[in-house]
Ligand binder design. Structure first.
Ligand SMILES: Nc1ncnc2c1ncn2[C@@H]1O[C@H](COP(=O)(O)OP(=O)(O)OP(=O)(O)O)[C@@H](O)[C@H]1O
Length: 279
């Protein structure tokens, strides 16, 4: 069980205890039925059904070109969904792989960008404190480290109090140690604010460490799904077993299922090799 404070951005009240695996609400936060997205004649997303429960943290794995970003853009409302059976929350925020900060605006101004109403600086300040950057409010983005820039992007998303937080490989450009620290931070913030999260990642271990559920997308369809009930603190042993299975679903990301995976030697019989061999 994790002791957290009940969610009120401007006045933290009594603690609420919530386990990692507590059941979520029954009414989905995100619901797609038979969703299709075409570019020309190609159905990049092909008749997809998807439900995300409120407060659920779901990772989306898939080879390059499988449609992950296209799906994320749909959930962000950045792509046309008209005439389709799509239900997404109104309050959404996106964190991209690059922090996308405006270099001519100070850190707090980047976080406050587009906010309306009173106490905008105060709200930005509060969000920046939450990501551990209360001391860099007036800094210029170009003076931030990669991890700090991504934390600023996270603060900019959080300050909007999103019901749905979408993240497109937000940790990919960070070094291994910084990535682990930002994982911890994201989990801490997620436990406090409980947005529904869709995380696009290429990193199977990251998906196992963070998620309630992992989806594997291939050619615009969900081809594998793993629900993880093991508490996050106890996932190391699980990782070893589950990563092989998920890597099997993914291939290497470079070799397609249609490729001929047979090597022919002159003096030996055909030797098949596996997409997970380290080439
Ligand atoms: N605006 C567009 N016009 C035409 N084709 C597009 C457009 N956007 C995406 N595609 C195509 O849709 C397919 C899926 O792209 P998408 O970016 O969703 O894949 P992805 O799984 O996120 O890949 P990656 O892991 O490499 O980022 C690709 O073949 C891409 O070329």
């Amino acid at each position: 069980m994790n002791a957290i404070l009940s969610h009120n951005r401007f006045g933290l009240t009594e603690p609420v205890y919530r386990s990692d695996t507590e059941a979520y609400g029954t009414k989905p936060s995100v619901r797609l039925r038979g969703f299709t997205r075409r570019f020309g004649d190609n159905a990049i997303i092909d008749g997809l059904d998807l439900d995300l429960a409120p407060g659920e943290l779901v990772s989306l794995l898939g080879r390059s070109g499988s449609g992950k970003t296209t799906l994320l853009r749909t959930l962000a409302g950045l792509d046309g969904t008209s005439g389709q059976d799509v239900s997404i929350p109104a309050a959404r925020a996106v964190v991209f792989q690059d922090a996308r900060l405006l270099p001519w605006k100070r850190v707090w101004e980047n976080v406050a960008l587009g906010l309306k109403g009173k106490d905008i600086r105060k709200r930005a300040e509060q969000a920046l404190r939450e990501v551990g950057l209360g001391h860099r409010l007036d800094a210029w983005p170009l003076t931030l480290s990669g991890g700090e820039a991504q934390r600023t992007a996270l603060a900019r998303a959080l300050v909007r109090d999103p019901q749905l937080l979408l993240m497109d490989e937000p940790f990919a450009a960070l070094d291994a140690l910084t990535r682990l620290r930002v994982h911890e931070l994201v989990l801490k913030l997620w436990r406090i604010h409980k947005p529904t999260v869709m995380l696009v990642t290429h990193d199977v271990d990251e998906a196992i460490a963070l998620s309630d559920r992992i989806l594997v997308l291939d050619k615009g369809r969900i081809v594998a799904e793993e629900r993880i009930d093991t508490p996050r603190g106890e996932r190391l042993a699980l990782t070893v077993a589950l990563r092989e299975k998920l890597l099997g679903c993914l291939g290497t990301g470079h070799i397609s299922e249609d490729d001929d995976l047979t090597v022919v030697f002159d003096d030996k019989p055909n030797i098949p090799f596996s997409p997970s061999d380290p080439f």
